[in-house]
Ligand binder design. Sequence first.
Ligand code: PLP
Length: 423
Amino acid sequence: MQAYQGYSKEEMIKRKNELSLKYEDYKKQGLKLDMSRGKPCTEQLDLSNGLFSHTENLFAQDGFDCRNYGLVDGIKEAKALFAELFNVPEDQLIIGGNSSLNLMYDLIAKAFNHGLYGFEKPWSKLEKVKFLCPAPGYDRHFAVTELFGVEMITVPMKKDGPDMDMIEALVAEDESIKGMWSIPMYSNPTGITYSDEVVRRLAYMKTKAPDFRILWDNAYALHHLYDTPDKLADIISLCQEAGNPDRVYMFSSTSKVTFPGAGVAFIASSRANIDHLKKLISKQTIGYNKINMLLHVRFLKNADNVREHMRKHAEILRPKFEAVNEILEKNLSGKGIAAWNKPNGGYFISLDVYEGCAKKTVQLAKEAGVVFTPAGATFPYGNDPKDSNIRIAPTYPPISELKTAIEVLCVCVELAVLDKILA
Ligand SMILES: Cc1ncc(COP(=O)(O)O)c(C=O)c1O
């Protein structure tokens, strides 16, 4: 990016002085705005209050008493609902507890402690385990793999998914590369959806490690903002077709369909992977929360009804995403100092500011009372090599607060750049 092309030094100094006054003005307002996490807002949560209105009995359709122990892989009707929504056979699913992140953590713990289906030995017995980490990505993914001592390799994200040339070259050569994080639809934070070609290449690529596994975090599969949703290829079928049936584990949850923290999560994979996993899980629990599964199915009913419910979420979220885009456009476009995405779904807008300015921008915003996700958090080890990416989470704040927060952010972006180039 060529910053402030066509501006003279004097014009830049003048601009900086104007912005400094504006910034000091914001500081005096004593703002306390938190833009750091992608949470649904109260209005969105209210859409699911009906979840509790079908407690007349707690028996599943086949008569199973959901109040009691049992059914380690979940109740039949929850499997049927997720199978329909995510296009996977019912017997290739385990319905879990409230959190898909917990299922991902748990899968990695099992890969280290016991080994998964198709492993020669658990990863803990190996000298080194490496993971491919498309970035910018989800900070909590990277925190999990860091905790297990996995060496994380940053893979740049492109417009159609992660850099596949780089991935294919790496996995073909290095047997210690055992896994890869993926957020294939409306990715956190870049908002992109992997192209069919990228998904196919992931399913078909040759890997030196026979136990290479993809954690396919399909968190935003249902979270479209418009009536022209992105489409994601079916990686489980493609892996099967490619002769790599056990390569991928898919995760998702209703955290942002109903309630984060009190939703229902699931894991899907090949039948062999799921059968093996069920045996391991049966040692840690006699069953997840089946009452919650039952209430969810009664409330959400079927795939069409879920899609209708998600349209109501989109109606609440669309104006917020569009407001952010408009403010960024008005303040930052044409200056060569920032680029951002206009996502078709998901929970984030990813803002790339002039290289070397993200940390400074976030710090300035914080000092003015507006908290963003720490710069760098979207990269393994919190290290954004270009110090450029800032994640904007527009969903939670009321729109008036959101607008103020983004106005402040724009001032901070410009101040950070001007500071750098005038230094
Ligand atoms: C990509 C991604 N995966 C998983 C989660 C958390 O999901 P859950 O609430 O099901 O644990 C989030 C939450 O922000 C997310 O962005």
